[in-house]
Design a protein around this ligand. Sequence first.
Ligand code: FAD
Length: 528
Amino acid sequence: MQKKIQLRLKPEHASDPQSIKQSLSDSIGCPIDYIKGFHLLKRSLDARGKSVLFNLSLLAYINEPIQPLERQKILFRDVQNASKKTIIVGAGPAGLFAALKLIEAGIKPIIIERGKDVRKRRRDLAMLNKTGIINEESNYCFGEGGAGTYSDGKLYTRSNKRGDIQRILNLFIQFGAPEDISIDAHPHIGTNKLPGIITAMREQILGSGGEVHFEEKLIDFIVENRSIKGVKTHTGSSFFADDVILATGHSASDVFELLHQNNILIESKPFALGVRIEHPQSLIDSIQYHCRFDKARDIHLPPASYSLVEQVDGKGVFSFCMCPGGIIAPASTRKNELVVNGWSPSKRNNPYANSGMVVSIEQKDAFAYVNDPKFSIDHPLLLMEFQKQIEEKAFVAGGGLFQAPALRMTDFCKKTISSSLPDNSYLPGLNPADLNAVLPTFVYERLSSGFKAFGKKMKGYYTEDAIVVATESRTSSPVKIPRDPSTLNHPQFENLYPCGEGAGFAGGIVSAAMDGERIADAIIQKRL
Ligand SMILES: Cc1cc2nc3c(=O)[nH]c(=O)nc-3n(C[C@H](O)[C@H](O)[C@H](O)COP(=O)(O)OP(=O)(O)OC[C@H]3O[C@@H](n4cnc5c(N)ncnc54)[C@H](O)[C@@H]3O)c2cc1C
């Protein structure tokens, strides 16, 4: 007999198969010998009470031998000589998952990517961290795998109505991700493992007869009779296909400018902006797991995380993309703009915990700040201009070479320049600086109030040992590229498909991958 059982176990028992068997036999009320085996289906951590417990959902085999769990394997077709072709601009999660889905159905994808492959890209990241010199085409946002490649690889999303999350996780597993990602409530892959998975996806695309062109940047569309025939790239090459998927991410400001200059409809889009916060991981562990700061957490527990939100003067201040055991990284794409973000290795074993802490920005906020007659309140690039101005200020305040301006959290709230900063993870270096001169006043004041309120919710969070680093400004796209709600193409072109985070239809790796699949489905329905 097979039976689904829910258990709540202490951490040391939840990771021990013999203890799990014992608990299953207690729960079912049968001798332990009757439990022939089990599969772990779901695992989540409950740290709300005094003692931390794991919730496990298990499939137990009672008096019958355990069977392996079947995982659906996706099969890919040979598309080398396919009659239908689609150009995909951008090899981020949206572009890659669109390509795989098209291949499954028999359409040939031609991927055009401005950045380098994952291996070469890693060298550019090392150079940026060591020397402060950026490659504007190959960095934390641009290159194979997109913005998520050198990230924490968190794979959870709230947009479960928009697609099949389990299918996306299964595909990640098919290309080499650990099976645990389909078990954990908050799965993550880690920066060290993602490049191998992305490489395996590319090898599948090429092996199936698709094309992948690195270091080819879209600079123009080839248009005939209100139809996009192809794209031109900066090397002078032209590519032609039946359809074009535009999956260029939230940082491709030149693509937004290209669309605007060509009178292709785009809209400004509210996004969130603020700072990245870093605490010692041991402090976050002690707060969340109710243990002592100077003692290591229980070895059976993962590094603790948090998710915080507070309303300040009618606007939300909220944590974003928390990276336990992580590193703060320079996620800029241009020479004179400073953007920070965070990543973690799969073990999340760095001594620091970082998280974005951001405030929503709307058109009226950006309009009041930008103060330039070129930008009316309904200008499609208003929020992008706002973002750019703040990133440029942060770059100058940091002192150049991607050093970042920072303050201790307590000094941030007192508006004093810190005389020193604690040890931290940010490799290019931090310099104490006046963040009030970098951030708009309404952002600064809300963050200040937010930090103090979070200190009440999480005792110890508001501390001089925490650092506030500017600026977290690429939380989502400041521009939306609209599409027809039923056919999903751009309203002006029946074969141009805006896709993923850059178009404003995703926020994160999984939702971008799901949007890629959704667009591929629309093309498949139309063409096959
Ligand atoms: C450091 C960091 C950490 C992150 N951590 C996480 C996380 O843990 N979990 C999570 O869910 N999300 C995370 N994100 C966000 C996530 O990466 C994005 O939401 C996701 O990658 C968006 O996917 P996308 O395919 O829409 O766009 P992108 O991933 O941005 O991909 C767009 C691609 O288009 C290419 N491109 C741009 N312009 C052109 C052009 N003109 N010609 C050709 N190619 C072009 C770019 O080089 C890029 O490869 C993180 C982001 C960063 C930067």
